[in-house]
Design a protein around this ligand. Structure first.
Ligand code: PNS
Length: 156
């Protein structure tokens, strides 16, 4: 059974993340959605909140499980027996950034990366912008799953 890891910060999960989870679930035997902990980024949601939101959005996909990781992603993939990293790509800027990480990750342990091109309706969505718009009182209901939207409103 092929196991793929979909890593990210997921602070919070967006409709774009949900789309990648759904498509990866159809493409691989098992998908591990792995939320990074202790990443240097400024976070809005604690890891347990991110896990709860991911668990909710991934509930329809029986071959998807949610986990956390810290340290090098490639070491986590090795420990999980996962040969593939899955990433969504929204733009050329994403590609430039992700290509280098994919090549470094492959050079370190041979783990490969597969990119899923964003669906056009999600191309402009990012967790960072969702947080900023929500903090400034804007409406983000169409950018995130309903459960995530509810938590964003609670948080603010
Ligand atoms: O959702 P994000 O913030 O784009 O996810 C970034 C993430 C967590 C996938 C990336 O920062 C990562 O892989 N971090 C783990 C540390 C690591 O392996 N660094 C070396 C990358 S070549």
């Amino acid at each position: 059974m092929s196991t793929a890891v979909f890593p990210g910060t997921f602070d919070p999960p967006t409709n774009g993340h949900l789309d990648v989870i759904a498509r990866a679930s159809a493409a691989f035997g098992e998908v591990i959605v792995a939320a990074g902990v202790n990443l240097s980024k400024q976070r809005m949601f604690e890891v347990d909140e991110r896990i709860a939101m991911l668990t909710e959005v991934a509930a329809p996909y029986p071959n998807v499980r949610i986990d956390t990781f810290e340290g090098l992603l490639v070491e986590y993939c090795r420990a999980q027996g996962a040969g593939v990293i899955v990433k969504g790509l929204r733009s050329a800027a994403d590609y430039d950034y992700e290509l280098q990480m994919a090549q470094l990750n492959h050079a370190m342990t041979g783990v490969d990366t597969m990119f899923l091109p964003t669906r056009s309706e999600n191309a402009f969505i990012s967790s960072s912008w969702v947080k900023e718009i929500a903090r400034l009182g804007g409406e983000v209901a169409s950018f995130v799953p309903p459960g995530v939207h509810a938590r964003l409103l609670q948080k603010l």
